[in-house]
Ligand binder design. Sequence first.
Ligand SMILES: Cc1cc2nc3c(=O)[nH]c(=O)nc-3n(C[C@H](O)[C@H](O)[C@H](O)COP(=O)(O)O)c2cc1C
Length: 186
Amino acid sequence: MTILEAISSRRSIKEFTDRPISPDEVEQLIGAAIRAPNHRSTEPWRFYVLGPEARRAYGAALGARKAKKVDDPDAAEAVLNKVADKHAELPAMLAVSMLIDENPEIREEDYAATYMAIQNLSLAAHALGLGTHIKTGAVMDDPRSRTAVGVGSGERIVATIELGEPAAIPDPKKRRAVGEVTSWVA
Ligand SMILES: Cc1cc2nc3c(=O)[nH]c(=O)nc-3n(C[C@H](O)[C@H](O)[C@H](O)COP(=O)(O)O)c2cc1C
């Protein structure tokens, strides 16, 4: 698969098979991630490979946030458990964080670089026949999620990545034509 083929056929994967993902595979993907461009070589990214307990705890944090919107206590508990179970059952999941530099300019560059690393990881996974789904949201800053991940106080979680062998490949999401988003400036 060429890089252009990988870019155009990558999808966010929402359903995975039961095939386990090996530590070697995960390390190979992180190896691709850390080749990302990075101004000042700050290497701001940190990768947390979550085992089933950590995934369940992260899912429980997310589930608890969703459950707050449900009035009935039994239904709320069911929501929490469902989200926790779903996370525990994932073939693999990573949390990606970045070190928070005190300089806002460096912080912004570091955030950009960390997302370039995430894109590398997603494309490398795709090239190896695996699928990824990047997830974000306010849950990333929730103390319960941070505890689940074990992230340090000087770090910010910027994404979680669900990883596994795709069970279904979604249709491509529509994108605007190149001409609609491009200005040629003389
Ligand atoms: C920064 C970022 C955050 C995302 N957060 C979520 C998320 O919280 N939940 C979700 O379902 N998808 C999330 N996605 C995946 C996007 O929804 C997905 O990339 C988009 O629908 C386009 O589909 P594709 O990746 O298959 O091309 C995120 C993607 C990015 C780049």
